[in-house]
Each structure stands twice: as C-alpha cells, then as structure tokens.
Design a protein around this ligand. Structure first.
Ligand code: CTP
Length: 414
C-alpha cells in the first residue's frame, strides 16, 4: 500500500485494503480503490466508506472475499456490484463498467469495461481517480488533483447532469462540504440538467437530499440549490436562505436537548432536515414533497400534520397547560419536534417541548382499580375522572398525593 494512503485509513480499513490486494493477486485481477477514498486521501481527510472497482465481476469477487474472511455480501445484480459488510465496515465492490443512458434521468445500461472507461462514466474530476492496488499507481485521467488544488468541482462532460440530474444535488453537496467553487463551464452544464430533475424517481431525490442533510454545511448546499433554481425545477418552494440557516442552527444546537431526554436516532436528525425545508411553507409545498418522496410513515405523518401545527395561533398557548396539552395530544413526537425546532412563536415552542417531554407521559396516581375499590360503576366516567385528575396535575391545581386524593373525593361526591 502507498505509505501516505495508510495514514488516511483506519486499522480496519487497512485490513480490508490488504484483503482486497491478496484476493486480487490470487485471482490475477486488477483491483482499484476509487472515488471518495482516493479524493479524501489526497485532501488529507480520513476516508469514509471504501469503494473498490475490479476489472472482473464485482459480485464474484466480493463472494470470494467473504468465503475467506467471512462477513456478508449483498449483491446488486443490475450493475453487478456488491456491498461486503465485514468488521462493521461497508465496502462497495463494483464491476468496472461503461454506462449509457437510454433517456435523461433514467438508470444507465451498463457493460463491463476497463478502468479507463469506468472513470469516464463518473461525476466529477475529483471523484474520477483510482489507485491500482497491485503497484499503487494513481490513475487521474481528468487531472482531479489539479482541481483539488484549485478547489473546484468540475464535471467530466456537457451531458453529465442531463444523464444523471442527481449530480446537481451532489455538486452542491461537495461544494458546500469542501468549500469548493463550481467551475464556470460546469455551472452552465448544471442549467442544462435542470429540466430533467422532475423525471428522477423520488427515491433518488430522497437519497441525495438526505446525504445533504447529513453534512455540517447542509444549509449552504440547500441555499446553492435554491440559487440554481433546483427546487423551482421540482415545482417546490423552499424557505429563504436566512430561515434555512437558522433552522439548521436550531438542529445543531437544540436537538441534543431532545437527545438527552430520550434517544433520538440518526433518522430523527434526517427527518429534522425535511422539517426545516417544509415547516410553515404552506400546504402546496408539503403536498408536493409528499407526492415526490417515499417517506417512512412516521415522517409522512409528521409532514401531513405541519399544516395544522404551523397555523395554530400562538395565543392558544397562553392559557392552562391542560388546554395546551389537549391541543397537542393528537400529534406525533416527530411533529412536535418540528414545531419545537422551527416555530417562530416561543409559546408554541415551549408547549411542544412540554407536551413531548412531560405532559403526555403524566398519569394521576389513581387508577381504574382504585375507582372500582371506591365503588364507582365501570363506564365512561372512569376516563373522565382520571383525565380531570391528570389535568389538575398539569395545571398545578394538585401537587401532592394527598391533594389528588382530596380532589378525587370531591369529584366522586359530585
Ligand atoms: N458516482 C457518479 N455519479 C453518481 C454517484 C456516484 O459518478 N450519481 C461515482 C463517483 O465517482 C463517486 C462514486 O461513484 O465517487 C461513489 O459514489 P458515492 O459512494 O456516492 O460517493 P463517494 O465517492 O463515496 O464520496 P462521498 O460518499 O464522500 O460523497
């Protein structure tokens, strides 16, 4: 392995690299480290997931590896690629291939090809570099190294964004992530791809937008996309740049509070990105996103409820806690999370947090069994009495067990 490359790889990644190299030698196959890991190494960044390309069948190669080392192989027949999960790492192993696009924004038709052709099918010069494992040679046919030095994102050809408009989303992500400029000709080519964005499947749009949410500079990438009229091309309005910046700031600074109380899985952070794009933008935009993107049912439901939540008058949240809780009770935790993060009215934000964190979990000490023991005949009265006791706790009318018991006696005597 190239000594300098070792420094950008973790111990586990080095083990994967070595395993690939041994397998390549045994099978007499050319194997290349490609894409992001090469770029990251040249930039002096730690590598993310490793991608390898083999001048042979990627699935067969991945299975040969797992036969020797273990781990799991998931094969993607259409492109003859495989993901090998080993030692907790996901490694993509692709068959070196050419791509042709039957129509704009469609998935490509692929055929096995040498690495030189494979590098030509890629998105940007900085991602079209490869290291040959056999001898450590760096293949850089489009001078991606110069673009790394100049800090520019450059596509390989004029049709790049027409063939694959997801690359428009990727260009904004890399530009924001690395602080790189879009090379002027590439910027012109991006415009040519805009009309084809609406032909992408929702699954592909979702994948690339969620990758944007995952980077620290997410709002910068979204602001770029907005300036390029990407959302207009999708027929969707998005918030002003200042609002986007403030909302992603809210995610960064406040989501940890939400974390502290109950575990917020990574999925909630991604969902918070969708909330940042959609909150307060009106029914049209929300409906358009819902039509386009195959959300999980949890996110779907939260987005649907934003129409109501974002338009509730702030004055409704001045009164008794029990009334506020009753208003918010029908909404899911995720919908409340969006309201808490993004609503401009402080009273609404506080109420959303209280409902999620405290109010909805609150129960009186009295149970149905206690009511039965006191001779109350079972029926709707049970729910009513227990709700009144709960509301009394919420509003601070009851603060001790004895006070609850006294209130119960009073209610039953009525
Ligand atoms: N690629 C492409 N066009 C796309 C998606 C991917 O040409 N629409 C190519 C690029 O060469 C890219 C490689 O496939 O480098 C792997 O894609 P991906 O895993 O998404 O990116 P990484 O290279 O791993 O970079 P990162 O995850 O850091 O963005």
């Amino acid at each position: 392995m190239i000594p300098a490359l070792v420094e950008s790889l973790s111990t586990e990644q080095c083990a994967i690299y070595d395993a690939m190299q041994v397998c390549a030698d045994q099978r007499n196959v050319n194997v290349y480290l490609v894409g992001g890991a090469v770029r990251d190494w040249l930039m002096g960044h730690p590598a993310g997931d490793l991608d390898f390309t083999v001048e042979a069948d990627g699935i067969v190669f991945a299975r040969a590896l797992s036969d020797v080392h273990g781990g799991e192989v998931v094969a993607h027949e259409r492109f003859r690629t495989a993901t090998w999960t080993f030692n907790g790492l996901h490694t993509d192993i692709t068959t070196a291939r050419s791509e042709s696009y039957p129509r704009p924004a469609a998935l490509p038709v692929v055929a096995p090809a040498p690495i030189g052709v494979d590098l030509m099918r890629r998105d940007f010069t900085i991602n079209a570099m490869a290291v040959r494992l056999r001898d450590g040679a760096l293949l850089d046919p489009f001078d991606g190294q110069a673009d790394l030095r100049r800090k520019v994102i450059r596509a390989l050809h004029a049709r790049s964004f027409i063939d694959d408009p997801t690359r428009i989303l990727r260009a904004a992500r890399y530009s924001a992530r690395f602080g790189f400029e879009i090379e002027p000709e590439t910027r012109v080519w991006i415009d040519a791809g805009l009309p084809w964005l609406k032909d992408l499947s929702g699954e592909r749009v979702k994948y690339d937008i969620e990758h944007i949410f995952a980077i620290p500079k997410a709002p910068d990438a979204l602001i770029l996309l907005r300036a390029w009229s990407v959302f207009a091309a999708l027929g969707i309005a998005v918030p002003e740049p200042a609002t986007l910046l403030a909302r992603f700031d809210a995610i960064r600074s406040h989501l940890s509070t939400w974390d502290d109380a109950r575990i917020v899985p990574y999925g909630h952070r991604i969902a918070a990105g969708w909330g940042a794009l959609i909150y307060n933008l009106g029914q049209m935009s929300a409906s358009r996103w819902l039509e386009l993107i195959p959300y999980t049912s949890e996110v779907n439901e939260a987005i649907v409820s934003l129409g109501v939540l974002s338009t509730l008058a702030a004055s409704l949240f001045d009164g008794r806690s029990s009334h506020q809780s009753a208003l918010l009770r029908p909404f899911s935790a995720m919908a409340l999370l969006f309201m808490w993060l993004y609503d401009p009215a402080p009273a609404k934000r506080t109420a959303a947090f209280n409902e999620w964190h405290t109010w909805r979990g609150l129960r009186p000490l009295t149970t149905g069994d206690d009511l039965r023991a006191r001779g109350v005949r079972p029926g709707p009265i049970y729910g009513k009495v227990l709700a009144m006791l709960r509301d009394a706790w919420l509003d601070g009318d009851v603060t001790t067990d004895d006070e609850e018991s006294a209130l119960l006696t009073r209610l039953l005597s009525q």
